[in-house]
Design a binder for this molecule. Structure first.
Ligand code: BDR
Ligand code: CA
Length: 315
């Protein structure tokens, strides 16, 4: 069975990615690294611990990753992120504080955890970052051999065929640390980009969250409250009136089952000018592609699978 490490800036849709990763029968979740983005890294780590406890997965280690991009100043959460994810990152829903704490608050330990896992599991390891690529790039720079060891990196980020969501060109996760994303694209053996091209096509509505509420469990209600906040934010901010995007759980879905999407083989890079994910001219003619961009998604099939997994784990 595949082993999975998540790197989350938890985050409403990151919370769903976490639940999906625990629910999928196709991979074992062996650890989570926290990142910054939707919220501060410490808040993301605490949210992750709280959610794992709520979901009964108290044996999954959590590491606090780096607090900001290498070479840049302290990170502050943007107002728009707080509007979308709540000031606490999880839709202002108050989760019970977990009994345990993180394994380490040192970003370098998080990088070492990734490096060790790469040597232990090699081809069998799937790394799924759904926030900035800071932690993964740091690990790959610290030990350049792991770029070739990790079997599969499937990240949520970028936009190839559609506009960005932070500027007309750039997507939020890439925008936080363009240099790190560029490094990962260029040095990973197999990197799948699950960007806005596909994630904006997977929307969830209150019809679906109602099904979690009906389960009458604390976790069902908490997840429904968290996601309803996000649906309301999408509506009020006029991002989408028809529901809210399942960005991060789609990356987890694709990581274990690439058949959910159509993958375009294309070696990618991040433009230093505008943070845009584009084809890398230096590697365009290479016969072997190491990067793949998801450009189409089987939405009904994916949403049905997502709902089955969620209902199962929230029971
Ligand atoms: C991405 O940015 C974050 O707001 C979400 O959690 C997702 O990972 C979407 O651009
Ligand atoms: Ca995220």
């Amino acid at each position: 069975k595949k082993k999975m490490i998540l790197d989350l800036d938890t985050g409403v849709d990151d919370a769903l990615a976490l639940a999906y990763a625990l629910a999928t029968p196709d991979a074992d979740l062996i650890g989570v690294i926290a990142s910054y983005g939707n919220t501060l890294v410490d808040t993301a780590a605490q949210n992750t611990l709280n959610l794992l406890e709520l979901l009964g997965a108290t044996d999954v280690p959590v590491y606090t990753g780096y607090a900001h991009a290498a070479g840049s100043g302290p990170f502050e959460t943007m107002q728009i992120s707080m509007d979308i994810h709540g000031t606490n990152g999880v839709g202002n829903v108050e989760l019970a504080t977990a009994q345990r704490t993180v394994e380490s608050t040192d970003g370098e330990d998080a990088a070492d955890f990734l490096i060790d896992a790469a040597y232990t599991y090699r081809d069998n390891l799937i790394v799924v970052p759904t926030g900035p690529l800071t932690n993964l790039a740091a690990a790959m720079k610290k030990d350049p051999a792991i770029g070739d060891l990790i079997g599969n990196i499937t990240l949520m980020g970028g936009a190839l065929t559609v506009p960005g969501n932070v500027t007309p060109y750039t997507e939020a996760n890439i925008n936080q640390d363009p240099a790190a994303a560029d490094y990962v694209f260029k040095h990973g053996r197999h990197v799948v980009m699950v960007g806005l091209d596909v994630t904006l096509q997977t929307l969830l509505t209150k019809e679906e969250t109602k099904a979690w509420r009906k389960l009458n469990t604390a976790k069902g209600t908490a997840f429904a409250d968290i996601f309803d906040y996000y649906i309301d934010a999408y509506y009020n901010l006029d991002i989408n009136k028809n529901g809210a995007a399942l960005h991060d759980p789609l990356a987890v879905g694709v990581a274990v089952d690439p058949n959910l999407v159509t993958l375009l083989p294309i070696n990618l890079m991040v433009s230093t000018e505008d943070g845009r994910t584009i084809g890398d001219p230096a590697r365009a003619l290479e016969p072997i592609k190491t990067n793949f961009a998801a450009v189409e998604v089987d939405t009904p099939f994916y949403v049905e699978r997502f709902m089955n997994y969620m209902v199962n784990i929230l029971k």
